[in-house]
Write a protein of this length. Structure first.
Length: 393
C-alpha cells in the first residue's frame, strides 16, 4: 500500500531527465554558480575517520544559522498580516482594559481568561498566563490597563521562549558540523508537510547557498514524489534516488547513504507519509522510519520537525503528544496561520510539551515560511501601543 506507483516514478524520472537536458548555456550558468568543495579528514574517538566538507563559496553551518536567526521588517509584516484573524478576536481586550479598575480586578481577569480561551490558548495555558498577571497586580507591580496588557504579552513570550532556555530570538536548528544535516518532517494528513519541506529547501538554498537533498519518504500519496521533485527543481536541490516499491524506511536509509557518498550535500530533508496520530500501526511505522535514518547515520535525524495545521486548534496538542512519543519531536512548524483565528493553540502546545516552534507559515508564497521569533509573534497578535515597552516590565 505504501509502495510508490510506477506512474509517479516515471513522472519523477521524466522531471530528472528534463533537468539533465537543459541547454548548454544554462548548464554552464549553473556550473558557474555551483560551489566547489574541499574535503578534510577528521579523526573521531575510537580511531574512525569522518569527512568534514568545507565549501569554497563560504557556505558554513554558522552562516546558515545566522541567516535563519535574522528577522527583517518584511518578515514581521508577513507575520502581522497572517495573524489578522487571531488579532481581531483578541482586540476585545483593548475595550476591556480601557475600563480597567483595581476594584474590579478579579472580574476583569476572568474575562481576559475567557478571551484567551476563545483563540484556543486552552484552559490550562490561559489560566497560567492570567495567574502570572494576577500575582503582579497583587504585588503592586502593575496597576493600569496598558500595563496589564503588556504583562499578558510578556507572560506569553516567556512561555514561547522557555524551550529555548529562556533566550530571546529564534530557537536555532540543530545543524551538524559534519555534513549532511538530516531533518525529518512529520505530521498528520493535510498539514502541509511536503509544501513546507519544499519551502525549507528553497530558503536554505536561496539564503545560504546550501545544497539540499529532498527525500520522497511519503510513499503512500501518489502525487507526493512528483510534488517533491518539482520543489527540488525550483530550489536547485537534488532528489534522492529510489526504486518503485521501496518502503519508506528503505528510501530514507538509502537517501542518507547517497548524501554521504555525494560529499557536497549540506542538508537532507526527509518527507514522510501523513498519518492519523491515533493510528498505532502507522505511528509504529513512522518510528521505524526514524530508526532507519539513525541506522544509516548514527547522529541522525538531527531535527525531527512536526508540522501542525494552525486551523486544527487545540487538536494540535494531541498530535504533538502522539508524535513526540513515537519519534521524539524536536521542533514545531505552524502552517496555515493566515486562515485561522486559533493562533493561541501553539502557545498551549509549547506550554505543555516544552517543544520550541522553529518556523511559521503565514501564506502560500515561498517567502511566507518564516523563522519563528516569540516576541514578534506576540506583538503581531497583540499589537504594541506606542507607549508600551516590554523592557519596563
Amino acid at each position: 500500500m505504501f509502495a510508490m506507483s510506477s506512474r509517479v516514478a516515471t513522472q519523477c524520472a521524466s522531471l530528472s531527465n528534463a533537468r539533465a537536458s537543459r541547454s548548454l548555456e544554462n548548464r554552464r550558468a549553473l556550473a558557474a554558480r555551483a560551489p566547489t568543495t574541499t574535503t578534510t579528514t577528521r579523526r573521531r574517538r575510537g580511531g574512525r575517520a569522518s569527512r568534514l566538507v568545507v565549501r569554497a563559496d563560504g557556505f558554513s553551518i554558522g552562516k546558515l544559522a545566522s541567516v535563519l536567526a535574522k528577522k527583517t521588517q518584511a518578515d514581521f509584516d508577513r507575520v502581522f498580516k497572517g495573524t489578522s484573524k487571531t488579532r481581531e478576536k483578541l482586540s476585545y481586550m483593548d475595550e476591556m482594559l480601557s475600563l480597567w479598575r483595581l476594584e474590579d480586578v478579579e472580574e476583569t481577569l476572568d474575562e481576559l481568561e475567557e478571551v484567551l480561551i476563545s483563540v484556543d490558548f486552552g484552559p490550562t495555558t490561559a489560566m497560567d498566563v492570567i495567574e502570572v498577571v494576577r500575582e503582579r497586580v497583587e504585588k503592586g507591580e502593575i496597576s493600569t490597563g496598558p500595563q496589564v496588557k503588556q504583562a499578558l504579552k510578556t507572560a506569553i513570550v516567556d512561555i514561547l521562549q522557555r524551550p529555548n532556555g529562556g533566550e530571546p530570538g529564534c530557537a536555532p536548528l540543530a545543524l551538524s558540523e559534519e555534513a549532511p544535516t538530516v531533518i525529518m518532517v512529520v505530521g498528520v494528513n493535510g498539514a502541509g508537510k511536503t509544501t513546507t519541506l519544499g519551502k525549507l529547501s528553497n530558503r536554505f538554498a536561496l539564503e545560504s547557498g546550501a545544497k539540499v537533498m529532498l527525500v520522497p519518504g511519503d510513499t503512500f500519496r501518489a502525487a507526493a514524489a512528483e510534488q517533491l521533485a518539482t520543489w527540488a527543481e525550483r530550489s536547485d536541490g537534488v532528489m534522492a534516488t529510489y526504486k518503485e516499491g521501496m518502503k519508506p524506511g528503505a528510501v530514507c536509509y538509502q537517501a542518507v547513504q547517497e548524501a554521504i557518498k555525494m560529499g557536497d550535500v549540506d542538508i537532507v530533508l526527509a518527507d514522510t507519509s501523513g498519518r492519523l496520530h491515533t493510528n498505532c500501526d502507522l505511528m509504529d511505522e513512522l518510528a521505524g522510519v526514524r530508526r532507519s535514518i539513525t541506522k544509516s547515520l548514527a547522529s541522525a535525524p538531527h531535527e525531527t520537525l512536526l508540522v501542525l495545521d494552525g486551523t486544527s486548534g487545540l487538536n494540535m496538542l494531541n498530535q504533538a503528544r502522539a508524535f513526540s512519543e513515537a519519534v521524539d519531536v524536536t521542533g514545531l512548524i505552524l502552517t496555515k496561520l493566515d486562515g485561522t483565528a486559533r493562533g493561541g493553540a501553539v502557545v498551549s502546545v509549547v506550554n505543555e510539551m516544552n517543544i520550541p516552534v522553529k518556523f511559521v507559515g503565514v501564506g502560500e508564497k515561498m517567502e511566507d515560511l518564516q523563522t519563528f521569533e516569540p516576541e514578534s509573534f506576540v506583538d503581531a497578535i497583540f499589537p504594541r501601543d506606542d507607549n508600551e515597552s516590554r523592557d519596563e516590565l
